[in-house]
Unconditional design. Structure first.
Ligand SMILES: *Cc1c(COP(=O)(O)O)cnc(C)c1O
Length: 459
């Protein structure tokens, strides 16, 4: 008999979590104004809000923490991080930042001017926020297939190269400071970008003399999918694939809370010294001195180890198989989600699960509230609330997809937890005909509203 798969780790430390009653959850979600971000974590049983900073560090990472050098300048932890970034990703210059959006803030302060255009493949919300905050425009040129959740396409995160070429022909190069490739494409469902696509973008960018930025939170998951799905990569190691991917990047911004498996941290990678020097000034102003930039020595140490572990095949195989496992359970129950299963999350297709809830009443948010009420599971809306208002017209933007993202923290939950999630979703799905009304906004912030928005049940 062929032996089944099992994780390549055992568990050394556990943290208790508690189930609650439906009555308790009714009260808590009302107090939270139907915004899942406002819930206390102790009121959540299975927390799939994000996989950012919520992973379980390894014994090697914890032991590296104890060796952290907390010197203000020239700490050995800085040099460990520098060495890991150079060896794994090939960037000779880097700046530590406290997380990914800080990396964006610093780098964009150098690169973006008012009125600029940043073409890319579905910019992440903070990335778009930092672009629009500078009165520039994020132009989403993801392939059209990404909008159809039921299409099985291996590299659904790709940019449409023809659309990109057309865009570059029609706009002055001086208004396009860089092209932004997000690997994996988080917004489109944790979908990977192929090596062929990255290479194609790089060729076009070179032709027009425009640099390429990789928004890199899940670059290792992207490399895993290249290994598993793209011709010619099956026998390459993840580290070899990562090296090849980053030949095509001039800059990278990294949220290390994802694929570097730390609770806090980020960085910017640079190939050229000039931009690095300019960004250094902003890093010192916003983040901290050059050799710590918003991170403690212990966290830089854990990050250096995490980059190494996070680019090992087994780490990625354990993780991505768990995401696929949840996907298979939903298949059994006929619950539609963005196909194929992504790297870090399952994105449930809320318009198909709750067809009776009008778009003005936010179907994905409504599904998130229902799933919480059902079993104390917390996901997050990737739909019209996240899409925010148009910065010029102030009208609501209704994206094609209304998704409920169930992000799976690394090495944190077991497949028994995944079974509970799938069963709870099935229960909501079974009573979909009775769910006809959603939620409406009572209070919102002018930018990145989803974090703090307040809602009430639609009447
Ligand atoms: C998480 C993320 C960011 C922002 O990083 P933070 O560490 O949350 O600030 C940027 N881009 C992508 C693709 C991300 O997933």
């Amino acid at each position: 008999m062929e032996l089944p798969f099992a994780e390549s780790y055992k568990i050394k430390m556990v943290e208790p979590i508690r189930r609650s009653t439906r009555e308790e959850r009714e009260r808590w979600i009302k107090e939270a104004h139907y915004n899942l971000f406002n819930l206390k974590s102790e009121h959540v049983f299975i927390d799939l809000l994000t996989d950012s900073g919520t992973g379980a560090m390894s014994d090697r990472q914890w032991s590296a923490m104890m060796l952290g050098d907390e010197s203000y300048a020239g700490a050995s932890s800085y040099f460990k991080m520098k060495e890991a970034i150079y060896n794994i990703l090939g960037f000779p210059y880097f700046l530590p930042t406290h997380q990914g959006r800080a990396a964006e803030n610093v780098l964009f302060s150098v690169l973006i001017k008012e009125g600029d255009f940043i073409p890319g493949n579905s910019h992440f919300d903070t990335t778009k926020g930092h672009i629009e905050f500078r009165k520039a425009h994020a132009v989403d040129l993801t392939i059209d297939e990404a909008a159809n959740t039921q299409l099985e396409v291996p590299f659904k995160g790709n940019i449409d190269i023809n659309k990109l070429e057309r865009f570059l022909k029609e706009h002055p190069v001086s208004k396009v400071p860089f092209i932004c490739m997000t690997v994996t494409n988080n917004t489109a469902g944790g979908q990977p970008v192929s090596m062929e696509n990255l290479c194609g973008v790089s060729k076009l960018a070179k032709k027009y003399g425009i640099p390429v930025l990789f928004d890199s939170a899940r670059f290792a998951e992207n490399a895993y999918f290249i290994k598993m799905r793209e011709k010619g990569y099956a026998d390459k190691t993840i580290k070899e694939i990562v090296k090849e991917m980053y030949q095509y990047a001039d800059y990278m911004t990294m949220s290390s809370k994802k694929d570097a498996i730390v609770n806090m941290g980020g960085f910017i990678g640079f190939k050229d010294e000039e931009t690095f020097q300019k960004a250094t000034v902003f890093n010192i102003m916003y983040e901290g001195y050059v050799t710590y930039g918003g991170m403690s020595g212990r966290d830089m140490n854990a990050l250096a180890v995490g980059l190494d572990e996070g680019t090992e095949f087994d780490t990625l195989d354990n993780r991505i198989r768990q995401v696929a496992y949840l996907g298979q359970k939903l298949d059994e129950y006929g619950i539609p989600y963005q196909r194929p299963a992504g790297g870090h999350a399952i994105f449930v297709d809320a318009k198909r699960v709750l067809p009776n809830v009008p778009r003005e009443e936010f179907p994905a948010q409504t599904l998130g509230v229902e799933l919480y009420l059902e079993a104390g599971i917390r996901g997050v809306e990737i739909g019209a609330i996240l899409a925010d208002r148009d910065p010029e017209t102030r009208e609501n933007r209704y994206p094609e997809l209304e998704l409920l993202r169930l992000a799976i923290p690394r090495r944190t939950y077991t497949n028994n937890h995944m079974d509970v999630v799938a069963a709870a979703l099935k229960n909501v799905f079974d009573r979909r005909d009775s769910i006809t009304r959603g939620v409406v906004i009572t209070k919102e912030a002018p930018i990145l509203r989803h974090f703090t928005v307040e809602l009430e049940k639609a009447k």
